[in-house]
Design a protein around this ligand. Structure first.
Ligand SMILES: Nc1ncnc2c1ncn2[C@@H]1O[C@H](COP(=O)(O)OP(=O)(O)OP(=O)(O)O)[C@@H](O)[C@H]1O
Length: 284
């Protein structure tokens, strides 16, 4: 997949599945999991001659929250969309438990965008519609939608048009709607950017509750304090590649890659740094 030779010293952009303690693997995860392991092999997404995703191998399984971190433009959101099957790669494959993503299982992969995408309906109507599209029987839809709103503390706003809700409420609604579908994997793309601390706390509580219920979460974020609160492991991206994937404690206390160490120290990582690093690595 590489357009240049990979030197023996260069860290392979291959990320091995990480063992997860048995008590954290929910009983329903195996053997016929609809999505996990979610796997990417040789993933490339290129535009205008630039590899925005550059030969990534990645496997998601087990339980908990994986935080994807890195500077603006590192490729975090793009990777998330590729793994969710929302974007087609130029090369490489994404598989959900061994098979290409398909519409039937797409309802088991929830996605919440930084800016909530809601219909011009009430809060309840938004959730009911999602359940309908996912093929949930009419008799069940309202009950499940009310439950989802209740968990998100939005029950009093069930009849309010989504467009009149505050930014934090809208994001909680987007998350409640995703969770109503009981996703196996939930992808959250900076879901708390520009929200106030109370809204952030609500969203984080919902995410943690979902994990306890057996949902595997991939969370793109920038906030180090939030990553410390939520992450079981951290994937650190830079220039379309995974520079490091480590348990959260290791990432914060003893990052394995110089790039992550600089990120944690607050250094500004520029694309030029990455190019220089590659030249060093490929120079005999
Ligand atoms: N569909 C697309 N077509 C062309 N370029 C794209 C596409 N999607 C993303 N990009 C570009 O890919 C690069 C990585 O984008 P991405 O949104 O993944 O970054 P990010 O790491 O999530 O950054 P941020 O933290 O700012 O959200 C950016 O330069 C972006 O402009």
């Amino acid at each position: 997949m590489l357009d240049r030779p990979r030197s023996p010293q260069e860290p392979a952009n291959v990320v091995a599945p990480r063992p997860v303690p048995a008590e954290r693997v929910p009983a329903h995860a195996l053997p016929s999991d609809p999505v996990l392991p979610l796997s990417a092999r040789g993933l490339v997404f290129a535009r205008a001659g630039r590899r925005l995703i550059d030969d990534i191998d990645f496997t998601l399984e087990g339980a908990g929250i994986t935080l994807i971190m890195g500077h603006n433009g590192a490729g975090k959101s793009l990777l998330l969309r590729l793994l969710a099957g929302l974007v087609e790669p130029d090369a490489g494959t994404v598989t959900w438990n061994g098979r290409a993503p398909d519409r039937a299982r797409a309802t088991r992969v929830g996605f919440v965008f930084q800016k909530p995408v809601l219909l011009r309906r009430s809060a309840l109507g938004n959730v009911v519609h999602a359940l309908k599209c996912a093929g949930v029987k009419r008799a069940e839809r309202k009950l499940r939608a009310h439950e989802a709103l209740q968990r998100a503390r939005l029950a009093p706003l069930a009849g309010v048009p989504a467009r009149l809700m505050s930014g934090g409420e809208q994001q909680r609604l987007a998350l409640a709607r995703a969770l109503a579908l009981r996703p196996r994997v939930l992808m959250l793309d900076e879901p708390t950017a520009s929200l106030d601390p109370t809204s952030v706390a609500h969203i984080e509580a919902l995410a943690l509750e979902a994990v306890r219920a057996g949902t595997r979460i991939l969370f793109v974020g920038h906030d180090l304090a939030q990553a410390r609160r939520l992450a079981d492991e951290v994937v650190f991206m830079h220039s379309g590649r995974i520079a490091e994937r480590t348990p959260a404690a290791t990432f914060f206390d003893n990052p394995q890659s110089p790039l992550a160490a600089r990120f944690l120290a607050g250094d500004l990582l520029l694309d030029e740094d990455r190019k220089l690093k590659r030249e060093e690595e490929t120079t005999p």
